[in-house]
Design a protein around this ligand. Structure first.
Ligand SMILES: [Fe+2]
Length: 522
């Protein structure tokens, strides 16, 4: 929740571009490396990673940047704490600055800046920027949530995940930046931890997978140098949650994907480094700063009485991976941990909002991958946690319009959610929209995909629509329905692409599951 900023203080409400004389006096009470006495070295442009905002509340939003004059070499900052001015304006020319202050960027936090700009008005668009010395950052636009008592006519948001740098260009982000949205949900695989492939379209930095804090900082910084990704962050507040590749493929709590190669102590160190770098690069509140190997990631956002968005963490508390269906059914297995499950169910069943839309990583709908009577599953998703899935989905009957938005799959999978996926007539309790990927998987072959999966779809009637091309989802909720558009780019292997609406899905208020699938509506 928003709180006072111990390292920030209010400045006069006029633009800092005309503030040079007043700044020294206004900040004299702050302790920006004052003990060191020696003058701070001047920086070359430190705003190479752009700006971002996130986690919108009715009266506050997080503003983010990171000082990194040499982004792929640990950031290139002197080991000193720098002061960074920030300001929020009601207009894009900054003629009406409504909040401003000074934050510190310290070496221990990778010179990242996380300002909780409080005292804003609900449901409003704002513009923000930073200044360090003579350098002024790009301008970001952001938006606060409606007040909790408001009943907005409609809300519109983007759903994104899985942006493997090596798989292609972020054309989807370029188009996402142009959308008119209240926020963007990013559902995991913000970075990939793979070693650089010299034959890839563009190659990961470094000579190995990231393990140390510097390694993960460099990997995040490389992704964040992308102009299209910067444009999306500068256009909308993001609500982010990680999946596995922010740390290690298919990790589960304190267990890596390859325990034979990574000792518990080595993986613990890796998790500490990866979560710290993740925090440093995402627009999270400072209250979410990691403590050792732990970071408070699950949280929720209310958008008035129209929408509630619980954000899940399905990695830090999960039972380990298994390999058989019998093991997947074992009671006691959990993907959220007991405490998070209790929090989630209470949040959902107590919610006064009409739509309750979970920001989630891995698929909940059953996802058999073999046609005919034989079955095969990826147990990294909820197919490996069936006991918990059944129990939580049964509770969906008590929830107003439950919908899950999901990443991970690198495909679009629009599904009805059931308490028993094996029986066609079983009750539908909600809908799940698994939303493709920004780049992961690269340019797709839809013909080959449908040849493989259409026969399986015939055995899985809860699958309402499937596709394997790149893009993102746009969701729009009003009092009557939740409409989801599948927005696809033509290619990620060229720098430019058009975007198109490939399909539209409708969930009606009070009717669990997907009512309408329209693959022709543009
Ligand atoms: Fe992914």
């Amino acid at each position: 929740m928003p709180g006072s900023q111990p390292e920030a203080m209010a400045l006069p409400r006029r633009s800092f571009l005309g503030l040079a004389a007043g700044t020294a006096a206004a900040t004299s009470a702050l302790t920006f490396d004052s003990a060191a006495a020696a003058p701070l070295p001047k920086l070359s442009d430190p705003f190479t990673l752009g700006v971002a905002s996130g986690d919108p509340l009715p009266n506050a939003v997080v503003l983010w940047t990171r000082l990194a004059p040499d982004p792929l070499k640990g950031g290139g900052m002197p080991a000193r704490t720098y002061r960074v001015e920030w300001e929020v304006a009601a207009d894009d020319k900054f003629s009406r600055v409504v909040r401003s202050g000074v934050a510190s960027a310290s070496p221990s936090q990778g010179h990242s800046v996380h300002v909780d700009a409080v005292g804003l008005e609900p449901g409003r668009t704002y513009w923000f920027r930073f200044r360090q010395g003579e350098h002024v950052s790009p301008v970001g636009r952001t938006r606060t949530a409606p007040s909790v008592q408001a009943n907005p006519e409609s809300l519109r948001w983007g759903v994104t995940s899985c942006q493997n740098w090596e798989a292609g260009y972020y054309n989807a982000h370029r188009h996402l930046a142009e959308e008119d949205l209240d926020f963007v949900a990013f559902l995991g695989d913000y970075i990939y931890e793979g070693k650089g492939n010299p034959n890839a379209l563009r190659t990961h930095e470094g000579t190995d997978e990231p393990y140390s804090l510097t390694d993960y900082r460099n990997r995040h910084a490389q992704y964040r140098t992308d102009a299209d990704l910067q444009a999306a962050h500068a256009a909308h507040p993001f609500i982010c949650t990680p999946d596995d590749h922010e740390i290690d493929n298919n990790w589960a709590d304190d267990i890596p994907q390859d325990p034979q190669n990574q000792t518990p102590e080595a993986f613990r160190k890796r998790r500490i480094a990866a979560l710290q770098a993740y925090y440093e690069h995402m627009p999270f509140r400072r209250t979410q700063r990691p403590h050792g190997p732990d970071m408070q990631i699950y949280r929720a956002f209310r958008f008035g009485r129209l929408l509630d968005v619980p954000v899940l963490d399905t990695r830090q508390y999960r039972s380990d991976q298994i390999s058989t269906l019998a093991e997947a059914e074992a009671p006691g297995r959990t993907i959220t941990g007991e405490k998070q499950e209790k929090w989630l169910l209470r949040r959902l069943t107590d919610s006064p909002s009409r739509w309750n839309v979970l920001a989630n990583q891995v698929m909940w709908a059953q996802n058999d991958r073999t046609a005919g009577p034989a079955e095969s599953f990826d147990f990294d998703n909820m197919d490996g946690y069936r006991w918990q899935r059944r129990r939580v989905l049964e509770q969906f009957r008590q929830v107003s319009n439950p919908v899950i938005m999901t990443g991970d799959r690198h495909c679009t999978w629009a599904c009805d959610l059931k308490t028993d996926f094996d029986h066609e007539g079983s009750e539908v309790v909600g809908a799940e929209f698994t939303g493709t990927s920004i780049t992961s998987g690269g340019d797709a072959d839809p013909v080959a995909f449908h040849k493989s999966y259409d026969p399986i779809m015939a055995d899985s009637p809860h699958w309402r629509y499937i596709d394997n091309q790149r893009g993102y989802l746009i969701m729009e909720a009003n009092r009557k329905q939740l409409t989801t558009q599948l927005r696809l780019v033509d290619t990620v292997t060229k720098r430019e692409s058009k975007v198109r609406t490939e399909a539209t899905f409708v969930v009606l208020d009070g009717v669990p599951g997907i009512t309408e699938v329209d693959a022709a509506k543009a």
